[in-house]
Design a protein around this ligand. Structure first.
Ligand code: CP3
Length: 333
């Protein structure tokens, strides 16, 4: 069994598998070489030769236990025919949602439109670099995708005031998202993804009273769906205040924690396997600090099933040598 599966399924506490969010990305010069020649990010995600190559880049350099497929959570609204662009220095920009068009969209057309993502997953999972390692598929959680679809860009700190104004639009969108997220997950698994991570990057924007409607309930549906396909599912409800309650209700196979979470407290609060936590900014310091901070997480979770990762994606300004030092620190622990 792969190290990740041993931790998640067998609750093995003797090993610490490691993979890193955004491990394939802008801090790697070999990625930037490809990126510069491919200014259109969506087209890059839809190029199965290049996206599989990018996915494998960090595995060629570092002693990682999993590949996460080079794609984006916004490939889903793109597949739903919403316009999605990545603007340099600004981030994602989405077009106006056409809910009637979206409601009529055929599943075959959706799969056709983003099919290269699945082909890339197949290529990666069949590569010899993945021997005894996992291929991680992923989706955005319904709430986080709803935020992008309605807000049309990353929210800064708050949602726009009239975000919840159109109940009909919100509820219809959530239903459409549930249907196509299941399809997207199923296709990733059918093509070789053997772990699914659900990114809820904007869970922290909601007040407690809105979590059941927008986070717990739609995420629970997806988690149960992934479980029904016999595939482990990791949830990352970033910046949610109460991880304990989230885990009690949603009960994923593992939970990824952000860097605001006190690891000692979460250890007492949560029984399921834990992933991540270390602040990505630590990688911008020095070796001594990296060793100290990474070791702290490993010490705290030494008797708890734990997958090493960061508390959010690796920053573009990270030195790959520091990344390597962190991975080796975990491996030599
Ligand atoms: O982790 C991985 O290496 C896998 C690939 C991956 C990407 N995006 C590639 C990417 C994953 C898992 C994501 C998820 C994603 N995308 C999330 C959830 C995780 C999180 O960060 O909270 C979100 C919110 C998005 C939406 C998105 N995509 C944003 C906000 C941005 C940043 C835009 C910018 O200009 O900084 C992206 C772009 C993106 N997705 C990049 C990568 C490598 C950078 C694109 C580039 O090269 O310019």
């Amino acid at each position: 069994m792969t190290p990740l599966h041993q931790v998640i399924k067998e609750k093995n506490t003797k090993i610490n598998p490691v993979w890193i969010m955004r491990q394939a990305g802008r801090y790697l010069p070999e990625f930037m070489t490809i990126r510069k020649l491919n200014p259109n990010f969506i087209n890059l995600c839809l190029n199965e030769e290049l996206s599989s190559e990018i996915t494998l880049q960090p595995l060629k350099r570092f002693n990682l236990d999993a590949a996460i497929i080079f794609s984006d959570i916004l490939m889903l609204p793109y597949g739903l025919n919403q316009e999605v662009k990545f603007v340099k220095g600004f981030g994602p920009k989405l077009g106006k949602v056409n809910i009637n068009e979206m409601s009529k969209l055929d599943e075959v057309d959706f799969v056709q439109k983003i099919n290269p993502v699945y082909k890339a997953i197949r290529k990666v999972s069949e590569n010899s670099l993945l021997k005894n390692k996992n291929t991680i598929g992923f989706v955005g959680a319904p709430w986080t995708l709803l935020v992008y679809i309605i807000n049309q860009q990353s929210p800064k700190k708050n949602l726009k005031k009239d975000f919840f104004k159109d109940d009909f639009l919100i509820n219809r969108t959530l239903l459409i998202l549930e249907k196509f997220l299941k399809l997207h997950i199923k296709n990733q698994i059918d093509n070789g993804a053997d772990v699914i991570q659900i990114f809820d990057s904007w869970a922290g924007l909601l007040e407690e009273k809105d979590l059941p409607n927008y986070v717990y309930s739609p995420t629970l549906n997806l988690v149960n769906y992934v479980k029904s396909l016999n595939t482990p599912v990791i949830c990352f409800p970033r910046e949610i205040k109460n991880y304990k309650k989230f885990c009690n209700i949603v009960n994923p196979d593992a939970v990824s924690i952000d860097y605001n979470i006190d690891p000692k407290k979460i250890l007492n609060d949560i029984n399921i396997p834990i992933q991540g936590g270390l602040d990505p900014k630590i990688l911008l310091t020095d070796k001594e600090t990296i060793k100290k901070k990474a070791t702290r997480y490993l010490d705290i979770f030494k008797d708890h099933p734990y997958i090493f990762n960061l508390g959010h994606g690796v920053l573009p300004e990270t030195d790959p040598n520091m990344f390597e030092y962190m991975v080796n620190t975990v491996k030599n622990y």
